[in-house]
Design a protein around this ligand. Sequence first.
Ligand code: SF4
Length: 488
Amino acid sequence: MKIFLKNQELENNLLFLQNIINLYFEDSFVLLGEGANTLSFDIKNEEAVRVTGYLTLDGQSYTATATRTETDKKHVKQAIAETLVTMLTDCTGITQSWGTLTGIRPTKLYHRLYRQGLSHEAISGQLKQDYLISQEKLDLMREIVHTQNEAIPDLYELGREVSIYIGIPFCPTKCAYCTFPAYSILVHKNDVPEFLVGLLHEIAVTGKWLKDNDIKVTSIYFGGGTPTSITPEDLKILLDQCYASFDMSAVREVTVEAGRPDTIDGETLTVLNDFDIDRISINPQSFTDETLKAIGRHHSVKETVDKFRLARDFNMNNINMDLIIGLPNEDRTNVRHSLEETRRLRPESLTVHTLSFKRASEMTRNKEQYPVAPREEIMQMMEMTRAFAAEEGYKPYYLYRQKNILGNLENIGYSIDKEYSLYNILIMEEMQTILGIGCGASSKFIHPETGKIENYLNPKDPKSYNKSYEHYTAEKIKKLNHLFKAED
Ligand code: SF4
């Protein structure tokens, strides 16, 4: 559907308006001009802001007004968003529990206000007024922020430390919803040795700089891809390099994604044991075999359970499991079954994702082959996971939202026994610099004082990485110098 915006002066806000409309009508476009479906705003900005929105869709007209006492750009935009959401709610009957919030990390917003000294009540009031966020989501944000501060008491003081992300771009097969760098290890087995040369270089150079400049490492996370796709021998070489290069004495947590059960065996677990690593992920996504086949995971439910038990035998005491809500052809019965199986295994952490149709994924390219449950049912499934978590004593401790996520919902990380992933908190809340090392690894340079963020992405495919890792390493060292030395 095309919707024509009449206000020329809002040309720079087309995408912002379209993102809101897409929450109600997928695949809609907002263009400047005239047509059957129109949108316009009457904006009065004097001592206060008053915006009146007009929307005509399929011959029906809607209008709404919003006001703000502050008159800067940000508040004008908020008022525009509010009128649009109100009109779309009138039109569709759909209430957005996240209100007008798109593209902002909800708990980051909450932390910002909390750090300014506002009480929880004041923060709730302000977020409700500015973004129309529901009470349920505000309560969730409050609980998460509280838990994060409990998990990392010095959370607001970690800006002068960094965390490390190491990207290994190999997996057994590519999942249909995936857009991460994940090359089939079967096809790319011979690329691993050359890739490791670059990776070991990056680790050595970065580790030396951090040691020389006395910058501590808070946490290390091995992701990708699935790091356990490489051989146990290669994994050992990689871990040896990390332990030799970084000052491990201050590292509070090391996590290795072993997400695909088909990459786990006794030899790999022995290597992890040797390095005292006991925090891993083993991700079922679903406990229905047909679903696993449909999404291209090529392992069975039995293998997930067997590998989980094997990991326990090897003293893995802090295991995370991911589940995805809204997988193709799944309904509440499948989710109930997945939760029952999760109850039996009782991992320390449970991350509940809502399926997101990422632009470059196989699932989005061939959407008709992957039918998903209607919005109402997705909401009910999510509710089931929340109720399950509460019954079983899992506390929510981080959340994030993605574009094109089903039902405009969120992904929530839960944990029991305070086995929180510190890395996940640090990256979600953007509290410190994350150094991305390896293929497709994304770095976030965060200024320790101002919080200003600069993203920097390593090449996604191993061939480009192998050719240019020295350049990318040098660039990151320059950025580190700028970030941490400029203010000395
Ligand atoms: S296991 Fe993870 S990284 Fe690998 S293909 Fe699946 S979603 Fe992508």
